[in-house]
Design a protein around this ligand. Structure first.
Ligand SMILES: Cc1cc2nc3c(=O)[nH]c(=O)nc-3n(C[C@H](O)[C@H](O)[C@H](O)COP(=O)(O)O)c2cc1C
Length: 259
């Protein structure tokens, strides 16, 4: 037995190794925190741009996002918040979980199964080169089959026609509910109408392929085959977020008064 093969020396080496590893892991976590936050923010911006179809090859996310104005909206009145909270630093998802900043939804109101909603919402106004409003992008979320789907709904400047829809977080089954991420399914959204003639939310899943021959096709979208529950979740979350307890009051104002 060599002089190094002792229980005490083995324990010393193992302890030192543990200490060194934990120092390396914790310092990388601390050092990379800023980078992680930066990447998370970049990803959020990319998802917002993607929902509105504004991602352009060869141009950076920051450059494209510079044409987006971030504003806060009071859900109850539908008015922009003029002061008090900085839109850049506001986190609607966090606020929805804070009892001082949220509203609990009754079972009749909670069609998207989200339990509570922040009192203040974020809206992203995409402008064209001339600085005119091009589209309005809204954060939306609601329950599917296994998970809450988080995404962005982009509307044309009329505030009632869909420009695009995309989800950036969910845990639905790949190949079934996960097909909400399929570009072919997502492509159908552009041009869909969210409200009926009476101004009520009217966007419904259709079991099969929606063609122009189907009556009211602009208010219908393809159900995902074998994933009706997730698709119904999408219908419910859209109805909620464009309805009276979601961005409805704000969108009604935009429709009648403009930005
Ligand atoms: C393992 C497994 C995973 C499933 N994942 C989903 C899902 O992500 N979304 C969904 O709507 N249905 C999912 N389903 C199917 C649902 O239970 C249900 O049958 C389906 O939503 C009904 O849609 P259909 O009427 O188009 O068949 C899953 C079923 C199984 C067995």
């Amino acid at each position: 037995m060599s002089s190094n093969d002792t229980v005490s020396k083995t324990l010393v080496v193992a302890t030192l190794l543990c200490i060194i590893c934990s120092v390396v892991v914790s310092s990388s976590a601390v050092l990379l925190r800023a980078k992680q936050a930066e990447n998370k923010d970049l990803d959020r911006k990319r998802n917002i741009l993607a929902a509105a179809g504004l991602l352009t090859e060869g141009r950076s996310i920051e450059e494209l996002f510079a044409r987006i104005e971030v504003k806060l909206v009071d859900f109850a009145s539908g008015d922009y918040l003029q002061e008090g909270v900085n839109p850049q630093g506001y986190d609607q998802r966090k606020a929805a979980k804070d009892s001082a900043q949220n509203t609990l939804l009754s079972s009749q109101e909670d069609i998207a199964s989200i339990k509570q909603r922040a009192n203040i919402g974020v809206v992203y106004l995409a402008k064209n080169e001339q600085g005119e409003l091009q589209s309005i992008i809204l954060p939306v979320h609601g329950y599917g089959l296994w998970s809450t789907l988080y995404g962005f709904l982009a509307l044309e400047k009329d505030a009632k026609t869909v420009a695009g829809l995309g989800f950036y977080e969910h845990a639905e089954t790949p190949g079934l509910g996960g097909e909400v991420d399929n570009p072919v399914w997502k492509a159908q959204w552009s041009g869909k109408k969210l409200y009926n003639a009476q101004g009520q939310p009217d966007i419904k899943l259709y079991k099969g392929k929606v063609t122009d021959q189907i009556p009211q096709s602009e208010h219908k979208f393809d159900s995902l085959s074998g994933a009706t529950i997730t698709t119904r979740g999408v219908q419910n979350l859209l109805e909620f977020w464009v309805g009276d307890r979601g961005f409805g009051p704000y969108l009604k104002k935009l429709q009648s008064e403009g930005v």
